[in-house]
Ligand binder design. Sequence first.
Ligand code: IPD
Ligand code: CA
Length: 275
Amino acid sequence: MTQHEASVASVALLDLARDIAVRAAEFALDARRAGVSVAATKSTPTDIVTAADRDTETLIRSLILESRPDDGIVGEEDAAHIGTSGLDWVVDPIDGTVNFLYGIPAWAVSIAVVEGGAAGLGGTTLAGVVVNPVTGELFEARAGAGARLAGRELVVNTGVALGSALVGTGFGYAAERRREQAAVLLELLPHIRDIRRGGSASLDLCSLASGRLDAYYERGLNAWDHAAGALIAREAGAQVGGPHGGRESSELIVAAAPGLFEELSDALRAAGVDA
Ligand code: IPD
Ligand code: CA
């Protein structure tokens, strides 16, 4: 495939991801307005799933397969669908489910298209869309082509020192993991401006991309939490990485403008994280 053909293909993938994310966002918002309750718990009693999470993912899966029957799908609420095309759609139907439950307007539909990854892990993210259905904000990016919010090019904050940095993070659902995360925060907090816990990893990464945060880190995310948001942050100029100078993973994601990325990674290491 020539570079031009690859670029045309990724524009088409982003267009489809956007269409599907917008339809899913409308569906999930209607479900929220109709009322919401916990359908089940997953890894722990606080790790919840609502009927809307499941139904929105079902809708997204059917829309993807309608247009691209050979692609794979990795989603939060159902088993991986193995494709044959080399492309995987990495889907979080409602990222920020606890915010969704409480009516806090910070939850999102997150969809990424990843090439050459095993079931969405590893590989290269070609396109990513994150929609906040309550605010109507739609963040999107295409590899090598920048990130946008409502047509406006996104650029991360630069030249911010760690001591002045507003840093986003999140916590997992397991008690032991949270204890570790709190211990890291205890060390980090005296060295930064302040911390924000938004409750939706994909929106946290979009906040970084749009200058509402200076940096973001979290341990224990899944690919569907960060695949689209990490591309949007990268395309807005963030350095995004994981443990020991490697790429982001379920172990760790760190994201910030390049100088701050180093400072934050050092501070996380000093706080006991394998950054
Ligand atoms: C969660 C959110 C949260 C993050 C958790 C994720 P969910 O996703 O992204 O901000 O801290 O680690 O699990 O469960 O709301 O889809
Ligand atoms: Ca999630």
